[in-house]
Ligand binder design. Sequence first.
Ligand SMILES: Nc1ncnc2c1ncn2[C@@H]1O[C@H](COP(=O)(O)OP(=O)(O)OP(=O)(O)O)[C@@H](O)[C@H]1O
Ligand SMILES: [Mg+2]
Length: 460
Amino acid sequence: MSVLDGRRFGRLVRDHRMRIGLTQRQLADLSTVSIRAIRDLEHGRAIRPRQDTVRLIAKGLRLSDRQRADLEAAAGWGEDGGQVAGDLGVESTTPPSPQGVIVGRDDEVAALEEMLLTGRGRLVTVTGVTGVGKTRLATEVASRLHAGFGWPVLWNSSEERDRLPRRIRTAISALFGDVSSPEDEAGAKELAALIGDRRVLLVLDGTRSLPLGHDRVTAFLGECPEVRILSTSGRPHGIPGEQVFALMPLELPDVRDQRSSADLLRVASVRLFLEHLRTVRPGFTLHDQDVQLIAAICRRLDGLPLALEAAASWLAVYDFPVLLQCLTEEPLNLLSPFTETWERNRVEEGLKGAIALLDPDQRAVLARLCESGSAFSIGRIAEYTGHSLTDSGRVLRELLLRGLVRSDQHRVRFQVLNLVHALHHTVVPDAPMPWPEGGTGDHSAFPGPTPHAHVPYRNE
Ligand SMILES: Nc1ncnc2c1ncn2[C@@H]1O[C@H](COP(=O)(O)OP(=O)(O)OP(=O)(O)O)[C@@H](O)[C@H]1O
Ligand SMILES: [Mg+2]
């Protein structure tokens, strides 16, 4: 930590103290830290306060969690990235550089940052379908915590294997995966001992395997009280205490409320599509009539970032009306990027994979929802299955966590993604429903609209 950082800590303490009108003596009494220590810190004579001193002062100042985290960062707790890197033998504790500007996601970034900073989430799993932007979001959050609060970041990803040395990756697999030889166990323990009580953000990007030993993760979090784990995955890990963050696709243009081009151009999915368009057709000039077509294209693609990127690449040969027509007739065909070389259709693979992992009940519900086509409320699922609202809620949660269904902000209206509709004939088997037609349960107390009534949804 530089001297400058130490002075920043002292200045912050003094500012907070003055703001709530305390003298140094009063702060000393409230925090149980000696008045001499407070004076030395405020005047920059002491620049490396112990972690418990910082906590006591924060408590005496009645700081919010976020203010406390900021104070801790200024004190150097979290600015020992170089030390962490040295001890763990990793080259860098900097997260990967984000690719381009993140579009939208202000609320998601703020919520995740808050959870990790305050420790409300020690293990946070971002779930959602392939291409929804889980990795992009994790990169953004990790970069902010690294740049703004000095958190060392250990980024573990199957795609960038050389970011961490093999023994660290093996230790992480032993914690979260199915590797369980005695050496791996020892590796996991060694990792916990190396990290100790330092603040470190461990990012597990693209974790597919489910942890076998929850207790190993729980023990690790206990041994490393300042560690935070941010994981991106198609589904939650199911570890006690895990905070699950279901990432929805980007905001979509609302056909009814956003009629002017200026309104539409503010919508996140439209903005991202235009970013890609500028790469495909540099110098492109946008006309008013194009904007409505772009809005319709974004809606067809559910605002799914990877789908927007792939579809925009076809604008090298199509104009907007043709692209929209192709997406309406065969939406999945254009989700392989238009390039010289053959590229996998990640979106289609991801959606199929997510559907394949549903249990028969969940798949049958999805099939019925696809058939009906319209937006729905939880009552519709209760109607189909005859299950209670609680059990119907479980089915709906699963569909949301896997990103096959999106919801409005209030979790009142839901809608199956258009791209899932396009797939359901090929993926959902033509099996009889596991429950009687129309359901059997007593859900007469459900206060919502009659299940088959068409209720307009803002994105319809
Ligand atoms: N909000 C956003 N702003 C700009 N680009 C985005 C945004 N979200 C995602 N992207 C881009 O979309 C593409 C897919 O995103 P990303 O790789 O993060 O998806 P993912 O959910 O992690 O997918 P997977 O499940 O396959 O790992 C990437 O090129 C990413 O940079
Ligand atoms: Mg990813």
